[in-house]
Design a protein. Structure first.
Length: 258
């Protein structure tokens, strides 16, 4: 499959997706949504692929939704197209794990896209922000919701109301990113991390992802019940039998993915 705005390659069981609109600092336009939707669907459907990494360039992960694509649209256009809805229904809907590897600008929709990942690994050059207020709007791809859940009200308000950028150190301190690595090591580190995840029992990886996400979408009692049920469901897999037997026999597990 060929794409206009992204590059996709497979490295063993890891799919690497690179945003590729350098002339626009990887601004997210309709074509990119369509390309990413297709790439994530292909990744989800490919039984040989077990983790993905989404990255951008050294200068920008993505500088936001494409302002030039939005400048001439009116309110009815945005409403009738249900603008931005595809990010939730196509990209967030990915069932297998994926990591965002962020260097440079991750602003507006770029920050929001990174927050759609299961977690973010940041280069020391990463800069996150929700500057939509400066354009007379507000986040529209989850920024006000996911940023607030990640960093809390005070910092999310600060970011959304001032439009300022947050560097990698502050992002790690605030819980937005899982760790910081030197920019030159970002891709290697993210690919190695993805390979570690890809070597896990695949259904267990999907269920772990789903369960952590449920923690953000439900109350504690319901979340704990769901967790217990998901645990019980996983015990019915062949990989559970293999994983526990392999532990007892002091050898690595060999996964069937079911
Ligand atoms: N949309 C469209 N084009 C963009 C863009 C965007 N979000 N961000 C950058 N570009 C383009 C610039 O227009 C420029 O193109 P031209 O050379 O053709 O003019 C090119 O990328 C390089 O950008 P700059 O010359 O501005 O680069 P810089 O290094 O001087 O500045 C920057 C970098 C600070 C990131 C600056 O580009 C910037 O502020 N970009 C916009 C950031 C922003 O407001 N993002 C939020 C968008 S709205 C949104 O995302 C809504 C939502 O919730 C989903």
């Amino acid at each position: 499959m060929t794409y206009e705005t992204i590059l996709v390659e497979q490295r063993d069981a890891v799919t690497l997706i690179t945003l590729n609109r350098p002339q626009a600092l990887n601004a997210l336009n309709g074509q990119m949504l369509s390309d990413l939707s297709a790439a994530f669907a292909a990744y989800d459907a490919d039984p040989t692929q077990h983790c993905a990494v989404l990255t951008g360039s050294e200068k920008a992960f993505a500088a936001g939704a494409d302002i030039k694509e939005m400048v001439d649209k009116d309110g009815a256009d945005f409403f009738l197209e249900d603008f931005f809805s595809g990010w939730q229904s196509k990209v967030v809907a990915t069932r297998k794990p994926w990591i965002a590897a962020v260097a440079g600008f991750a602003l507006g929709g770029g920050c929001e896209l990174a927050m759609m990942a299961d977690f973010i690994i940041a280069a020391d050059t990463a800069k996150f922000g929700q500057p939509e207020i400066k354009l007379g709007v507000a986040p529209g791809m989850g920024g006000s919701q996911r940023l607030t859940r990640a960093v809390g009200k005070a910092k999310a308000m600060d970011m959304c109301l001032t439009g300022r950028m947050m560097g990698a150190e502050e992002a790690e301190r605030s819980g937005l990113v899982s760790r910081i690595v030197p920019a030159a090591e970002l891709l290697d580190d993210a690919l190695k991390t993805a390979a570690t995840i890809a070597a896990m029992p695949p259904m267990a990886a999907m269920v772990n992802k789903e369960m952590v996400n449920i923690a953000f979408e439900t109350g504690l009692a319901q979340g704990l019940l769901t967790e217990r049920r998901m645990f019980q469901i996983l015990t019915a897999t062949e990989d559970k039998k293999e994983g526990m037997t392999a532990f007892v026999e002091k050898r690595p597990g060999v996964w069937k993915g079911r």
